[in-house]
Write a protein that binds this ligand. Structure first.
Ligand code: GRF
Length: 201
């Protein structure tokens, strides 16, 4: 399947960059058709421009209802014929307006082993809790909070001297590999969802 991906970002965009590179190498049978950011000067937008991928800035400022913002995203995505939306550091909770427009076609990467440490600063939460291993999770996005069916998880040891920064940096490399692998499986049509469970076939 030669698919079309939209990536939604708010910041640095290192996961975006690794998806761009994987598509360019042919590791994922899809291309990134558009990148949307809610932040006008998100550094990650540069990765898209450098790869000649169209970018759209949709600021959330002045839009108080999540549903109204998400309706704009749905409208903006329409012309691109998107098969999969990848959230990559998109710092907004999605409302049913967007989720229902792309059922089981929105995925997210989270820097912890969900359901442990959802939300912000997952790496710091892991260190403070004292866990010995953590990792990253790629999951489908449902209407809950970091709660959708899990596609892949990869683990990593937490070191005694880890800080939020050192752990985040090491995890990021793992995130890049894991996200690419999950998106590759999606476009190979190898993900079968049954309730909460995703089997790789
Ligand atoms: C990553 O740690 C990702 O897991 C989380 O936000 C961060 C985004 O980093 N959801 P980047 O913008 O992809 O570099």
């Amino acid at each position: 399947m030669n698919g079309r991906i939209a990536v939604l970002i708010s910041g640095r965009g290192s996961n975006l960059k690794s998806l761009i590179d994987a598509c360019a190498r042919g590791d994922i049978s899809a291309s990134i058709a558009v990148v949307i950011s809610n932040i006008a000067d998100a550094p990650g937008l540069r990765h898209a421009s450098a790869a000649a991928i169209p970018t759209i800035v949709l600021s959330h400022k002045g839009i108080s209802k999540r549903e109204d913002y998400d309706a704009k995203v749905v409208e903006a995505l329409k012309p691109f014929g998107i098969d999969l939306i990848c959230l990559a550091g998109f710092m907004r909770l999605l409302s049913p307006v967007l989720i229902r427009a792309y059922p089981t076609r929105i995925v997210n990467i989270h820097p912890a082993l969900l359901p442990a440490f959802p939300g912000l600063h997952a790496q710091k939460q892991a260190i403070e809790y004292g866990v010995k291993v953590t990792g990253c999770t790629v999951h489908f996005v449902d209407e809950g909070f970091d709660s959708g069916p899990i596609i892949l998880q990869k683990i990593m040891e937490v070191r005694n001297d880890d800080t939020e920064e050192t752990l985040s940096n090491r995890l990021l490399e793992l995130e890049h590999q894991t996200y690419v692998e999950a998106v590759r499986l999606f476009f190979q049509d190898r993900l079968h969802i049954s309730g909460r469970k995703v089997s790789i076939i």
